[in-house]
Design a protein around this ligand. Sequence first.
Ligand SMILES: [Zn+2]
Length: 103
Amino acid sequence: MKVTCPHCQVNLDVKKIPVTIPQGIHIQRQCTSCQAWFRLKPLQNKLKIVGIVLLLMTSLCNFMVTDSNTYLLLSATGFVGILMALIITFYGQQEKIPAPPKS
Ligand SMILES: [Zn+2]
């Protein structure tokens, strides 16, 4: 997966970024090109997590549902959730953040 550094606009392979710091639900990354820090925009990060949780919840509920209409509704909702998460994963925008304090 590629992300674009908001500082120097260089495309980076996420797997090749050696320095990442998890902070709550956010993951802060350091650009390998300009050494500046960035992360996924907070709203998009939250939507991504909501999408994944939506898929998990609807999948779990589908085990207990016997009504086919409810089953379809839950499946569709889960699909929308994971679609949202995937779109943000691939097309989400990064934002600049200050360097985290050294510990
Ligand atoms: Zn950069």
